[in-house]
Ligand binder design. Sequence first.
Ligand SMILES: *Cc1c(COP(=O)(O)O)cnc(C)c1O
Length: 387
Amino acid sequence: MPHQQTQAIRIQTKRTNEMEHSTPMFLTSSFCFDNAEEMRAAFADESDDNIYSRFSNPNVKEFTDKMVALEGAEAGYATASGMSAVSGSFMALLKQGDHLLSCNSIFGSTHTVIAKYLPKFGIEYSYVSANATAADWKAAIKPNTKLIYLETPTNPGLEILDLAMIGKIAKENNIIFIVDNCFATPVNQKPIDFGADLVVHSATKWLDGQGRVLGGVVVGKKELIKDIYLFCRSTGPALSPFNAWVLSKSLETLDVRMERHASNALYIAQQLEKHPSIQSLRYPFLTSHPHHSIAIKQMQNGGGIVCFELKGGLVAGRKFLNNLKMLSMTANLGDTRSIASHPASTTHAKLSESERAAVNISAGLIRISVGLEHKDDILSDILQALS
Ligand SMILES: *Cc1c(COP(=O)(O)O)cnc(C)c1O
C-alpha cells in the first residue's frame, strides 16, 4: 500500500476519453445508461453505476475514497457540510429510546442537534466532562446507550480526550464510537486506530484549508456507513460535485500544509507562553498542557490551533481583536490565513458565565487558527496587538 500522502495525491477518477491529467468536474445531476437492462441493474443495486448526484457522483467519490484511505477506514459518505455528516450519522444510527453519551466540550451546533433536536425524536443524551476518567465514562453508560460521540482536540478549548481509553470502553459495552476528527485531521490523528467505529469531519476547515467551500464526510465501518448512506440519499444532504472537486484537490496538499500549520503553531505557542499579558496558554504539544501525556500518545503533532487566556477578561479580549492588523476576525478556522476569535463575545456569547466555565471558555479566551504566513509575521501581529 502506498503511503498516505501518495494516496491523497494519486487516488483519481478514471480518465475519460479526453485523456486529462487532472480530474475534471462532473457537474451533472444525473447519469445516462446505454440500455434498459443497465438502468434496471443500477436501480436494483446490482451495479455501481452512477444514477443521480444525490446518491453518488465521480467527484464526490474521489474525495470520499481519499478520506477513506487517509483515515484507514472501510467506507465513507461525503455530505454538504460537517453538520450534515454529524446529524446524518445520528439520525441514521439512533432510534427512539436510545441514549447518546457525549462530552460537554463539543462544537456548538453539535450540542444544539443533541440537546434540542434528538430529544424531539425520543433520543436521550447525557454529557461527561473532558476530564472524565474511565470510571466516569463507565458510570455514565446506561443500558440503552447506543452511541458515544466526542471530538478531540475540542473546539475551542483544546482539551484532549483519551481515544484509546474511551474506545476500549465503547467496545466492551458494544457501543458505536464516533469521533469528530476536524481539529486534528487524519494527518495528525487516526481515531480508527484507537477503536473509533466512525470518524466525522467538517471538510470546511483544514481539509479545504483555504476557506472556500463547505463540506463534510463520515468514514468507518462498512455496515454503519451503509445505513448513513441510505439515510442521506433519501434525505438529501449531498455534497456538491464542485465542492468535492475543490476538496479533493485540497487533500493533495494536506500533508505538507498540516506540517507547516503545526510547526508555526508550536512556534507561536512557545513564544507567547511567558508573555506578561497572557494568564495561561494552551497548546497540546507543550508540556504545560494539562492533557499533554494523552496528546503525545495519539497525535503526531500539536495541530494548528493555539488558545490563550488574556489577563483582563472580556474587555481585554475585545481590545485584542480590535488591535490586530493582519490576523483575520472571522468565524472560520483552518485557513492559510491566520484567524483570531474571541468565543466569549461571539460563538459562545449566549451561554452564561457559569455555562462557559463548565466547558473551559473563560471571558478572556482567544483562539488562534495559525495560518501559513511566515511565523514571524504572525507572531509580530499578535505581539503588537497584545501591547
Ligand atoms: C466547524 C465544525 C463542525 C461543523 O462543520 P460545518 O462544515 O461548519 O458544518 C463540526 N465540528 C467541529 C469540531 C467544527 O469545528
